[in-house]
Design a protein around this ligand. Structure first.
Ligand code: DC
Length: 225
């Protein structure tokens, strides 16, 4: 249902490597909507936890930290306690630990509240794992993007190669499998499609094809709303 008061909310969920970030960002640009990358917020918390040498398995310390967190998002940049840490979120260390941090209930509660505030006025594309199920269950359009594990691993591998990072395809495959497993089996906000989500398999589609498809669905929702 399209709310009369706010603009549309588009939820894009799916596993790592399905193409969510690129697609959600370009779709938001095309529509003139705000783009909200919720994975970057989990990465930001992970980065801060690692940097402050809080033990990655010490839940109590992490919960204390998350309760004191001051996070701001401006122009697609993430600030924690006033420091812009956007460029630090794609490191191997963050990547390895982010799923563990994301399964902590209190971390999810704090970040979901921020995400709901950011998206509350609508005209927003939110991208993550639990947008359609937990963050905005009332989203006007819910898309679940997927692609075969092989294709997702290859995409991630070429992203790393393009960024001049050392990468081995079999290790990337293992990493993706590991994250998929933790993300989809955790107790709070697991990676699950919402009942009313529309599935899009991006394995054989170009980025533009996916964006055109979703933009068409947005138009349909607007016209029927
Ligand atoms: O989309 P990404 O790869 O940047 O996400 C990084 C991690 O954050 C991912 O492994 C799971 C977690 N995440 C989450 O638990 N919930 C979200 N809404 C978004 C990301």
């Amino acid at each position: 249902m399209v709310s009369g008061k706010r603009g549309l909310i588009v939820a894009i969920d799916g596993p790592a490597g399905a193409g969510k970030s690129t697609i959600a960002r370009l779709l938001a640009e095309k529509l003139g909507y705000t783009y909200i990358d919720t994975g970057a917020m989990y990465r930001a918390v992970t980065f801060c936890v690692i940097r402050e040498d809080r033990h990655i398995n010490d839940n109590e310390r992490i919960v204390k930290f998350i309760r004191s967190l001051k996070m701001e998002i401006k122009n697609n940049r993430i600030y924690c306690f006033g420091e812009d840490i956007t460029d630090k979120l794609r490191s191997e260390l963050v990547e390895k630990n982010v799923s563990e941090i994301s399964r902590i209930k209190e971390v999810r509660e704090v970040l979901i509240e921020i995400q709901q505030q950011l998206g509350s006025r609508g005209k927003a594309v939110l991208e993550g794992r639990d947008i359609g199920t937990c963050v905005f269950p009332e989203a006007d359009l819910k898309i679940f993007l997927s692609a075969s594990p092989d294709i997702r691993a290859k995409r991630r591998y070429y992203q790393l190669v393009d960024a001049n990072r050392k990468a081995k395809l079999d290790e990337v495959q293992k990493g993706i499998k590991h994250r998929d497993k933790i993300d989809s089996t955790r107790e709070t906000g697991p990676l699950n499609p919402a009942e009313d989500a529309i599935f899009l398999d991006t394995s054989d589609l170009t980025i533009n094809e996916v964006i055109e498809k979703i933009a068409g669905l947005v138009e349909e929702v607007k016209n029927n709303g």
